[in-house]
Design a protein around this ligand. Structure first.
Ligand code: DGJ
Length: 720
């Protein structure tokens, strides 16, 4: 995307498809002068007026700041909080120069011993990536002999750093970017929150005056909040209206802060880490933040979601063009009762109903027969797999299915050989209890020996066995994070995440045919950072199809269907005891990457036959569902009948769901999106022909089977 620099006005204009982002130096400070519809280059210089004429000086200081600072009368919570060795705080912006390499703009500033760079990359999807880096450099040449190796935060080659040297700066906050919205009468915030087994609940609330913080202090992205947010003026709909939205590519703890001033200006600042962390930089070190991405779209909430989906598929996810296989997962079928002879019947039945990949979940290794022991001891349990994994893998491959296996490499049970040998390998603090959650502790991947151990056993597992797929779990939030004796113990919060990314990348490079599913006790670690390193993600441990309608609706706000694992499991649901038909469960799960997680050995012949039909039908839908453009039809909070429409070329698939409804509640027909009136559509299952006009006016001809908890799938092909 073109970047145009106006030397006289000191402005940089990033021009994208139908949009412009303009950053300029105003009073020496880097400011966002415009983010929105495309503007001509000639108009760029005039944009500074809005900032100069801001009504309140308080707003004038905060509006447009590319990173909210803390020098002088700047009272909003800063994006960048630092202290120099002499006690002075903040970064004074002295513009140095800029560089443009391809579509990457870097603007450089200096202050004392620090060099700060703001980075920008605008994509053809309309998504603007922003990040920042801070380099500390002593005014005199360092004594090279005293240098030791250290790891850079961004995972780049290590730099020579004196860890025993005096720090040049102490950081307590370093956000990736701050964003400013247009001046509107009102603001509404959309965000995703929830809890374990109830992730992805979409909340749409007025943004109050003051500061609204969302984030995670748990070490992972979290089930409770996701860094994706969207803002509109309260009038946007699913299909129309201006929506601004941001996300953060970071899978550790994080904070996004939205500030609405009394004068009605709104800015967002966000980045890695939570309040209260403190770390230092020494001579020669550079700290690079993760990428924060922003999106402006005039196409309503649906348009915003589609742009995020397209962006993540085209520029972030590793294998989006592949058809994700229909998989079977053993977890809900047998839980910890995993053994070769008990898996074999499931293998044949999974293959019989059409599954394409068989995944053995937790319980195959060490003394892991419950969640109390064995986590960390990654060799097959000899009682359960007397000849190792080979016979089961061969049996799976003999059916034509791929083989996948569950791992949780970042954790251990205290009751494990690993912990007994290396009690210091877990995150912990001197003199504090080590809180166990699910009877497990978190390994400290910031220690090179721990990351090396993890690579060694994973590499051996993948090299010694014909494994196609890893389900990579992370089942507990972190507590007592630290590394006794380390000069900068809070770095553990960042280093662990970077090391997990690096480990996944290294494994992918060494085993390019292996695919990885990201999981964290359900959907607790889903964000654009993790999506760069995994092929798909486990959405939620809650597999009740009724609850899944809303969970999948929320997930789709920010993340694409191709990433969303959806299982069909046994009924009644283990979460809410709800009973729904096999058809409903399959059809809800068919709106994502379909998987089967029920105990097939207890299914009747009729159920197995029906399941095989649903799986076969899904495979016909798959190209459109996994690779198509998604339109949400209705909001499950507002209407008992909703649907998801996928469009790819001349094909449309609509998956519609009916949740309980009551008399005197209108039940409007579900209408498709984006269908030309004069087009004609063939129903690929019935052979019926429909005018686009009829579908738009009367709604979709859905074939419901019953009343509540019902579903229907329609496959249409454009013939005229
Ligand atoms: C949590 C995951 O979300 C489940 O699917 C399962 O893999 C368990 N962990 C296993 O412990």
């Amino acid at each position: 995307m073109p970047i145009r620099f106006d030397e006289a006005a000191l402005t940089w204009h990033l021009a994208g498809p139908g949009l412009s982002y303009v950053v300029g130096l105003q009073g020496g400070l880097p400011r966002q002068l415009h983010w929105g519809p495309a503007i001509p280059d000639e108009a760029v210089a005039s944009l500074a007026v809005e900032w100069r004429e801001a009504y309140s000086w308080d707003d004038r200081l905060h509006t447009g700041a590319e990173l909210l600072g803390e020098l002088g009368p700047q009272f909003a919570t800063p994006s960048l909080q630092l202290r120099h060795p002499d006690g002075a705080k903040g970064f004074a912006w002295n513009y140095a120069d800029h560089s443009i390499e391809g579509d990457h703009l870097a603007i450089h500033f200096t202050d004392r011993t620090l060099a700060l760079t703001l980075h920008y990359r605008l994509w053809d999807t309309g998504v603007l990536d922003r990040w920042a880096s801070l380099e500390a450099a002593a005014p005199v040449e360092p004594d090279a002999a005293a240098s030791v190796e250290s790891t850079r935060f961004d995972g780049a080659p290590s730099v020579a750093t004196r860890l025993d040297a005096a720090p040049l700066v102490e950081l307590t906050r370093f956000d990736s970017a701050a964003w400013t919205l247009p001046h509107w009468d009102d603001y509404r915030l959309s965000h995703l929150s929830g809890e374990w087994a109830a992730e992805w609940q979409l909340r749409r609330v007025p943004l109050p005056v003051g500061e609204t913080a969302i984030g995670s202090r748990r070490g992972g992205t979290s089930h409770q909040a996701n860094p994706w947010v969207a803002l509109d003026d309260g009038t946007a709909t699913e299909t129309a209206g201006t929506v601004y939205s941001t996300n953060l590519a970071w899978s550790g703890s994080w904070r996004v802060l939205l500030r609405r001033s009394a004068q009605g200006r709104v800015s967002i600042t966000g980045g890695a880490g939570h309040e209260g962390l403190r770390w230092t930089l020494r001579d020669g070190e550079t700290w690079t933040t993760p990428v924060a991405s922003g999106l402006f779209t005039p196409g309503g909430f649906g348009g915003a979601s589609r742009a995020w989906h397209e962006h993540l598929r085209r520029h972030v996810m590793p294998t989006p063009e592949e058809d994700a296989p229909v998989l079977f997962n053993s977890w809900e079928a047998v839980f910890f009762d995993v053994a070769e002879e008990k898996q074999l019947p499931l293998v044949s039945l999974a293959a019989r109903i059409g599954c394409e990949q068989f995944v053995v979940d937790d319980g195959w290794f060490g003394a892991r027969v419950t969640d109390h022991a064995g986590l960390g001891d990654w060799s097959p349990n000899p009682d359960r797999f007397p000849k190792g994994l080979g016979p089961l893998i061969d049996a799976v491959h003999a059916t034509g299915m791929k083989f996948g296996i569950w791992v949780e490499p970042e954790m251990c049970n205290p009751d494990s050989d690993l912990y007994r040998a290396h009690p210091d390998w877990v995150l912990h603090q001197a003199g504090r209890d080590r809180t166990e959650l699910r009877q497990q502790l978190v390994l400290d991947y910031g220690r090179p020996e721990v990351a090396a151990w993890a690579f060694a056993w994973l590499d051996e597992l993948l090299s010694g066995n014909d494994i196609d797929y890893l389900k990579w779990d992370h089942n507990r939030p972190w507590t007592e994070v630290g590394r006794p004796g380390h000069a900068d113990p809070d770095r553990a919060w960042f280093e662990h995440v970077e090391a997990v990314y690096a480990l996944k990348e290294r494994l992918r490079a060494e085993h390019p045919n292996v695919r990885i599913e990201g999981c964290a006790g359900g959907g607790g670690r889903v964000d654009p950072g993790m999506l760069r390193h995994v092929d798909q993600v486990w959405t939620s441990d809650n597999t009740d199809a009724g609850d899944r309608v809303a969970i999948q609706y929320g997930f789709s706000q920010a993340y694409p269907t191709r990433a969303m694992d959806t299982w069909i499991t046994d009924e009644p649901s283990g979460f809410n005891r709800r009973t729904t038909s096999l058809r409903f469960r399959f059809q809800v799960a068919s709106a994502g990457v379909l998987a089967v997680g029920g105990n097939l050995t207890e299914w009747t012949e009729a159920e197995l036959e029906e399941a095989a039909e649903h799986v076969a039908h899904y495979k016909r839908l798959r190209p459109v569902v996994q690779h198509g453009v998604q339109h949400r039809l209705g909001d499950p909070e507002a209407s008992p009948v909703t649907g998801v429409q996928y469009v790819r070329g001349d094909q449309i698939a609509v998956l519609a769901f009916k949740t309980p409804w009551h008399c005197n509640r209108p039940l409007a027909p579900l209408r498709p999106e984006g269908i030309a009136s004069d087009s004609r559509w063939l129903d690929e299952d019935t052979g019926d022909l429909h005018w686009g006009a009829t579908l738009n006016v009367l709604g979709l001809p859905l074939r419901w089977a019953g009343a509540d908890w019902d579903s229907a799938i329609l496959r249409l092909r454009r013939v005229e």
